[in-house]
Write a protein that binds this ligand. Structure first.
Ligand SMILES: NC(=O)c1ccc[n+]([C@@H]2O[C@H](COP(=O)([O-])OP(=O)(O)OC[C@H]3O[C@@H](n4cnc5c(N)ncnc54)[C@H](O)[C@@H]3O)[C@@H](O)[C@H]2O)c1
Length: 257
């Protein structure tokens, strides 16, 4: 039996990418997992169940949480992974896209917490919100995404305060550049890939499983004294100022001479 034996988890966006890796990890360590997504997962089992759920729909979220309570009687873990990106400078950003980014990336977290926390209060538990390093700083052409992920980070802190006395810990993970459908097109052209990789000290993209490792830890009893924490897993991008790697460039020049 693993760390999550006897636990029940809801994972939004659990059909693909980081969410799917979290589902696999939690289930492999004993959890029953309900996936809330608009697309079905690659596979379901007795302990991995899928319910078609648009996380931006209050009715759909309330229905899924109630279905989970009726099916398994409890909710111990909530991982909010569903999210979308959007690339547009402000004058070119439509109101519709701005609202969609906010509905999915931050309002959905409010909705899941609103309906799940009353159920989670019975036993305590853990909530994990996936924010982004894009919530810690700005990116060119990503105003809506930056603002929504910044909101996820500070909402996580508020939730942590409000839930502490219920024994529910709330933390956020800020991934860097991770190999999923969300980033597939971004790095499809070799010159774009090189530009995205150049500021990453570990010089590679992260894998969804590497995010699931951190998320499983944060949702487990091993992280019992962590709440309101904003944890970064980004290959080191946010450790530096953005100025160039002078010793590395010097070494390259010497090799070319
Ligand atoms: N991939 C990265 O580099 C990266 C970096 C930082 C943060 N993140 C964040 O991690 C989270 C997961 O991203 P990912 O890379 O796994 O993306 P992904 O596109 O691979 O998976 C996202 C999942 O969310 C689901 N989803 C989208 N809209 C939904 C909706 N309205 N209702 C229900 N489900 C919906 C999709 O169907 C998909 O299964 C997101 O919040 C994202 O912003 C990703």
């Amino acid at each position: 039996m693993g760390r999550f034996a006897g636990k029940v988890a809801i994972v939004t966006g659990g059909s693909a990418g980081i969410g799917a890796a979290v589902v696999a990890r939690l289930a492999s360590e004993g959890a029953k997992v309900l996936i809330a997504d608009i697309q079905p997962p690659a596979a379901t089992t007795d302990s991995i169940v899928f319910m078609h759920t648009d996380v931006a729909s209050p009715e759909a979220v309330a229905t899924l949480v109630e279905a989970c309570r009726q099916k398994w009687g409890q909710i111990d873990i909530l991982v909010n992974s569903a999210g979308i990106g959007a690339l547009a400078e402000t004058p070119d950003m439509s109101e519709e896209l701005w609202d969609k980014v906010f509905d999915i990336n931050i309002k959905a977290i409010f909705l899941f917490c609103k309906y799940a926390i009353p159920v989670m209060r019975a036993n305590g538990g853990a909530i994990l919100n996936i924010a982004s390093i894009s919530g810690q700083g700005g990116d060119y052409g990503m105003g809506a995404y930056n603002a929504s992920k910044g909101a996820v980070i500070n909402y996580t802190r508020s939730l942590a305060l409000d839930c502490a006395r219920d024994g529910i810990r709330v933390n956020a993970l800020c991934p860097g550049l991770i190999e999923t459908a969300m980033t597939e097109l971004t790095v499809a052209r070799p010159e774009d890939r090189a530009a995205w990789l150049s500021p990453i000290p570990l010089a590679r993209m992260g894998k969804p499983e590497e995010m699931a490792n951190v998320i499983a830890f944060l949702c487990s009893d091993e992280a019992s004294y962590m709440t309101g924490s904003i944890v970064t897993a980004d290959g080191g991008i946010t450790a530096h100022t953005g100025q160039p790697n002078v010793p590395y460039r010097r070494k390259l020049r010497e090799q070319q001479a």
